[in-house]
Design a protein around this ligand. Structure first.
Ligand SMILES: [Zn+2]
Ligand SMILES: [Zn+2]
Length: 257
């Protein structure tokens, strides 16, 4: 019923108790979890986990933090090979991140463009990480979108105008646990777009929702994100959960559950 479209469950933060976390996911009625890679090694781990658990799917990606210096050709070749694996449903996470002062714009742009081309050649959606880089993001997407692009702005952090620009380009917005934080701009965004444009995620182990802010995040808490969306849009939890699960199945072309 609930879907976590972005959770790093294969990261070492979950090595001690991953089986317990998966058990709690089933108990919490989370029916889909998508685990994105941030480089070759983590993409491989995400595929291994997806191969073990039926409702977990993998993404193959190269995070902008991993592309802050020129990336070797062989990395892209390896990622392309991994993307061929049956449980890989998207290319991600990829994108731009100008948050930290050491960012290298041109290296990030090159890697991002390369990965966008890979996604389009495989007819796969993209999972995009964008932090403090919206202008360049929208510009590059417009340039690289040839046959029309589809995907999701993961952990969406923009305002209503940026939300609408992303939706016009074929993207959905994934709402994280930060929607529960006091100064979040997300309630305005959630009210102003269509329910069809929304997905839910935790980005665990990061960004735990209130009342667990600061703790290791847990994918089962995606229910709290769905509850927030239902409350903000003044609809029932069932209606919100069902619509978002449908949006997820459609975007990532998951087998109907
Ligand atoms: Zn991210
Ligand atoms: Zn992430």
């Amino acid at each position: 019923m609930f879907v976590d479209t972005h959770c790093h469950l294969s990261f070492p933060e979950f090595d001690q108790d991953r089986h317990e976390v998966i058990k709690r996911l089933r108990e919490a009625e989370v029916s889909v979890l998508i685990d994105p890679g941030v480089d070759v090694a983590t993409s491989r781990k995400s595929i291994e986990l997806a191969n073990e658990v039926d409702f977990i799917y993998a993404n193959v990606g190269l995070h902008p933090h991993e592309a802050n210096q020129p990336v070797d050709e062989s990395v892209f070749a390896e990622l392309a090979t991994l993307a061929d694996s049956p449980k890989v449903v998207a290319i991600g996470e990829i994108g731009l991140d100008y948050h930290y002062p050491d960012y290298n714009r041109s290296a990030q742009h090159d890697a991002f463009r390369e990965m966008l081309r890979l996604a389009q050649s495989l007819d796969m959606p993209v999972v995009i990480h964008c932090r403090d880089a919206w202008e360049d993001m929208l510009h590059i997407l417009a340039e690289e979108s040839h046959s029309g692009m589809r995907g999701v702005m993961h952990c969406f952090s923009g305002d209503v105008d940026i939300a609408n620009a992303c939706i016009r380009m074929g993207f959905k917005l994934s709402i994280p646990g930060t929607v529960t934080y006091k100064r979040s701009l997300l309630p305005d965004v959630i009210r102003s777009v269509a329910l069809d444009d929304l997905l839910t995620e935790t980005d665990a182990p990061y960004l735990a929702p209130v009342p667990w802010r600061g703790k290791r995040n847990e994918p089962a808490w995606v229910r709290l994100v769905t509850e927030s969306i239902a409350r903000i849009r003044e609809i029932s939890l069932e209606e919100a959960a069902e619509a978002i699960a449908g949006n997820t199945t459609e975007l990532f072309r998951l087998p109907a559950s």
